[in-house]
Ligand binder design. Structure first.
Ligand SMILES: [Zn+2]
Length: 522
């Protein structure tokens, strides 16, 4: 983040209508209030605005402002108020045919941040016309949205000075009746926002900087939070027989790595024997980390190949998630595992026609070296289920272009062998706005992977590409409860939104954090 954002919570009575003594132009003071449909406002807001309400009403009529979410009315130097700017933010729930969500305070916060810009001070009067049931949580959500929107990735821009967005500092105070509650509720949100932004950084980094070894180093930074981080190098993986993963990376000048992160949030009695012993079994998240995917010998066309730096968005999400869980001290034992490789064409690269023996003992005929993510995940899934016996495994991968054909960028593809797990993931997705859509699995699809020469081939043919990829993974989960999220459409290059303006969205961190919080803690 290239400008400083400070957010705190204050009592309603401490709101400033003005910031006297400040240089107005250099650092404007903005007063933010909320209005719903027909300009409905909360009691405290009405009182605060006083006579100024008339000006606001006239301005709203003139501007056609109706109080809809993701709209705002902006008045500079308003008469009757000493603030440099009065921002009236719409908060009427969006109405639509599909899932009319309750007011989404995360998105409202993101929209607000977009309006505030990167300089000055702001007092946000969080007094909504219809007070949310959990007011403190809603205010904390608002600041989560602000933090996500404030993210910038401009590490490699050397001319920062002529960019008004850079080098600024915005100090925002959110005022509400239950400010003490908000101060408590915001702690977990801060951890989540950090996790999302870490995932975004990893996805946005260029592939000459972020190769497997460097990625592993970044994951190692989680040790500061008490996460135990284990890094397996090529030798260690050779010993374990992880030939599917190693085959993908063998054409690269950069060595492959596997990283296993352990967060043991359940300690002592809770993790011991007895009635609760079951809950001490870890849950596991697994990410595909192809730090750059040329396709290998089955090389991709040149157009857009630069986007293949994002082929590690699954692994980025797992690292971001582990950060969020550890930073908020989640009461759960979690394993995060990522397979890190670079898929390059080279004299040593894997060929189409090669047959590799995976760690599970099953053999795979590599028909297309660009279907490499599943080869990486096959060995990581097998390793994690066999060593740690997790309650479930969820893997994330930018696995197939076919999922974009099916679902576009609005939903990730969900594949699962467990209805309860799938249902929980869907619910967490709806709650966070990181939506998933369940796709089918079945023996007819599985059969498409049969190979003339080995136990299976690594692609299934022209049709049902996302499904056959999932079928491939399922052969390595050993009947453990498992879900696969194909995030090729959501993990990178997704459209800008109120809470995301960057290329690497950090998709999945909030969804999976929510899943853990709702079902697996304590
Ligand atoms: Zn590929």
């Amino acid at each position: 983040m290239s400008f400083k954002l400070a957010v705190e919570f204050i009592a309603l009575k401490d709101v400033r209508r003005s910031a006297k003594g400040k240089k107005a132009v250099a650092a404007p003071h903005t007063l933010v209030v909320f209005a719903g449909a027909d300009l409905a406002m909360g009691e405290a807001t009405t009182k605060l605005l006083g006579d100024c309400i008339e000006t606001v009403t006239r301005a709203a009529q003139a501007a056609g402002f109706k109080g809809k979410a993701s709209s705002a009315l902006e008045l500079w130097a308003p008469v009757g108020i000493d603030a440099d700017r009065l921002l009236v933010l719409g908060c009427a729930p969006k109405q639509g045919p599909d899932t009319p969500a309750p007011a989404d305070h995360v998105s409202i916060g993101g929209y607000l941040m977009g309006k505030l810009g990167s300089k000055g001070t702001a007092d946000v009067v969080f007094d909504l016309p219809q007070s949310p049931e959990a007011l403190a949580e809603a205010a904390a959500d608002l600041t989560l949205g602000m933090r996500m929107r404030a993210y910038r990735f401009d590490l490699y821009k050397t001319k920062k000075n002529d960019d008004a967005d850079s080098n600024g500092a915005l100090s925002a105070r959110v005022a509400l009746s239950d400010f003490a509650g908000a101060r408590l509720a915001v702690k977990a949100r801060e951890s989540i926002a950090e996790g999302v932004n870490i995932a975004r950084d990893l996805v946005n980094e260029p592939p000459n900087v972020l190769y497997p070894e460097e990625f592993a180093k970044r994951a190692k930074a989680l040790e500061k939070l008490g996460v135990v981080v284990e890094i397996l190098d090529v030798k260690a993986m050779q010993k374990l027989g992880m030939n599917a993963l190693l085959g993908v990376g063998q054409g690269s000048a950069h060595e492959s790595r596997m990283v296993v992160m352990h967060w043991n949030g359940l300690k002592g009695a809770k993790a011991g024997k007895g009635a609760k012993a079951g809950s001490a079994r870890p849950i596991a998240f697994i990410g595909k980390g192809v730090t750059f995917d040329t396709g290998g010998i089955s090389i991709k066309p040149a157009g857009g190949m630069e986007d293949m730096k994002g082929d590690m968005a699954g692994a980025a999400c797992v690292v971001g998630l582990m950060h969020a869980l550890a930073a908020r001290k989640a009461q759960v034992n979690v394993i995060g595992a990522i397979g890190l490789v670079e898929n390059m064409p080279d004299g040593k690269a894997q060929r189409p026609g090669d047959i590799v023996t995976t760690m599970s003992g099953q053999t795979v005929e590599v028909i297309n070296t660009d279907a490499e993510g599943r080869l990486v995940l096959a060995d990581v899934l097998w390793r994690i289920q066999s060593v740690y016996d997790p309650q479930f495994m969820i893997n994330l991968a930018t696995l197939t272009g076919a999922i974009l054909v099916a679902l576009g960028t609005d939903h990730a593809g969900l594949f699962s062998n467990d209805d309860e797990l799938a249902q929980r993931i869907s619910a967490a997705g709806n709650a966070t706005g990181e939506k998933v859509w369940r796709m089918p699995l079945g023996p007819a699809y599985d059969k498409m992977l049969d190979s003339k020469f080995a136990d299976m081939k690594n692609i299934g043919g022209r049709h049902a590409g996302s499904i056959t990829a999932a079928q491939f993974l399922q052969r390595f989960v050993n009947k453990k409860p498992w879900a696969h999220l194909d995030i090729a459409g959501t993990g990178m290059a997704s459209p800008a939104s109120d809470i995301n303006q960057t290329w690497g969205s950090g998709w999945g961190v909030r969804l999976l954090d929510r899943l853990v919080a709702d079902h697996y803690e304590k």
